[in-house]
Design a protein. Structure first.
Length: 298
């Protein structure tokens, strides 16, 4: 996602730098640019990249797209990029990334949100952009919309649908419901998005897992419509067709997953509110078991 957003911002004329700890990736991008594949179209963008943020210095906005378990380290690494007026934003999956950033940066300057764009790594420096959708963002703390509006404006100029939502936490939970229902089900079966909704038993499992997560969100005080979420999830899966979920990509690459901030977040909130979430709890156990068997902790 960082490559996709970075390439679009660069092509729109925004001075953009990709920062990553992977030297091979940075060297590849420096040599050949970032290639983004959308259908039959391939776009190569010569986006500057570095492993050393001190080479860049303070910027207008820093957007985090790392896996949740790297957020704390990435926040520390990004300190040289953050000046007095810098917007610090998380558009990552899961619940809690904003809290991690708030331990390092002024909470009033943090923007949190979700994106319904999807990306798939095809090769080093080459990514697919199979799913296109809106990006929603708002303030992590306080009422000021300035940071979110500045970021949304830049994304809109880059041709990405972006919207500022003052009360953004319900939107994050809506995406969390989607992810909790679709990511572990896809990962554990190997099914792509279309197959997940077309197979009747999996269709029902996705639905019931989503209903659990909605019940928790409502118990937390977020006004989320259960039927709207269920219908939206299956509609999205149908449109996404052959797209592979991020957790399935993690399984295939032998990587640690983000289950702790997805189904794990639902389980923790269920314990907090007294809502029973047996399906989400089972998915945490199953995915952590897979991680354990592949030497990834768990």
């Amino acid at each position: 996602m960082g490559s996709i957003f970075g390439a679009r911002l660069h092509e729109a004329g925004h001075e953009t730098v990709l920062v990553d700890v992977s030297s091979p990736l940075v060297e590849r991008i420096r040599a050949a640019g970032v290639t983004v594949v959308r259908g039959e179209q391939e776009t190569v963008s010569a986006v500057p990249a570095t492993t050393d943020p001190t080479e860049v210095g303070p910027v207008e906005a820093v957007v985090f797209f790392v896996k949740c378990y790297h957020t704390a380290a990435a926040a520390e690494t990004a300190r040289p990029l953050v000046g007095p007026e810098t917007v610090v934003a998380s558009l990552q999956n899961g619940w809690g990334n904003g809290d991690v950033l708030a331990r390092v940066y002024d909470p009033a300057r943090i923007v949190v949100g979700v994106t319904y764009n999807s990306g798939t790594v095809l090769d080093l420096g080459r990514v697919a952009h199979p799913g296109v959708g809106p990006t929603l963002m708002g303030p992590f703390q306080g009422d000021s919309l300035d940071g979110a509006e500045r970021l949304a404006s830049a994304l809109a100029q880059a041709g990405l649908e972006a919207k500022v939502v003052p009360a953004v936490r319900p939107e994050i939970w809506k995406k969390l419901v989607l992810n909790a229902a679709t990511l572990p089900t896809a990962a554990l079966t190997g099914m792509n998005a279309g197959a997940l909704t077309a197979h009747e038993p999996m269709h029902e499992l996705v639905t019931e897992t989503a209903r659990e997560a909605v019940a928790v969100a409502r118990a937390l005080g977020y006004d989320i419509d259960e039927e709207e979420r269920v219908e939206a999830i299956h509609s999205l899966l149908g449109r996404a067709g052959p797209t592979k979920a991020s957790m399935l990509q993690d399984f295939e690459a032998g990587r640690r997953t983000e289950v702790d901030v997805i189904n794990g977040a639902v389980v923790r909130a269920g314990e907090q509110t007294g809502v029973q979430v047996p399906l989400n709890r089972a998915f945490v156990a199953l995915v952590k078991g897979w991680e354990r068997m592949h030497g990834l902790g768990g």
